[in-house]
Design a protein. Structure first.
Length: 157
């Protein structure tokens, strides 16, 4: 089952641009259309907290692979601590975690946070929610991490 399709460029779903580079766009299709568009990276949701299908002005994503042998602990950290704590920060509309359907996709995991404002991910509440002993340990398991802030592009823009 496909819950999310991400396509570079395009305009068939919600379009997000890099917050600092409006020309760099991707199309976020959640749920994924069937059949998925050619060239899209497909994901299955493994954790969802917050409003379903809510649009938000900002999308903050964290992608990573996992150190071999640490996947179970990293998944437990995300499910039991990290995503629930960040989802509870004021201004976070939803928090999701996905795994790519193609095991050869790198980075394989994607966490997505829909935010009311860009500044939320730098707020004292966000920083407090993410700074825990388990977080410091879990981050050592990240491989090929990418953190990206994107802004929703108004329809037709």
């Amino acid at each position: 089952m496909t819950d999310l399709a991400i396509l570079s460029g395009g305009d068939a779903g919600l379009v997000f641009a890099l917050a600092d580079d409006p020309a760099s766009r991707l199309t976020w299709m959640e749920p994924s259309p069937q059949p998925a568009p050619a060239g899209a990276v497909l994901y299955r949701a493994i954790l969802r907290i917050g409003a379903e299908g809510a649009e938000a002005p900002f999308l903050y994503t964290v992608e990573q692979d996992v150190e071999p042998g640490r996947e179970e602990e990293l998944n437990a950290w995300y499910a039991d601590e990290h995503i629930p704590r960040l989802a509870a920060v004021p201004g976070v509309i939803s928090a999701r975690r996905f795994v790519a359907l193609d095991a050869g996709t790198s980075p394989r995991y994607l966490a997505a946070y829909r935010l009311e404002r860009r500044e939320i991910f730098e707020s004292p509440a966000w920083i407090e929610a993410r700074e825990t002993p388990w977080t410091r340990r879990a981050r050592t398991f990240f491989r090929n991490p990418r953190r990206t802030m994107r802004r929703l592009v108004p329809a037709g823009a």
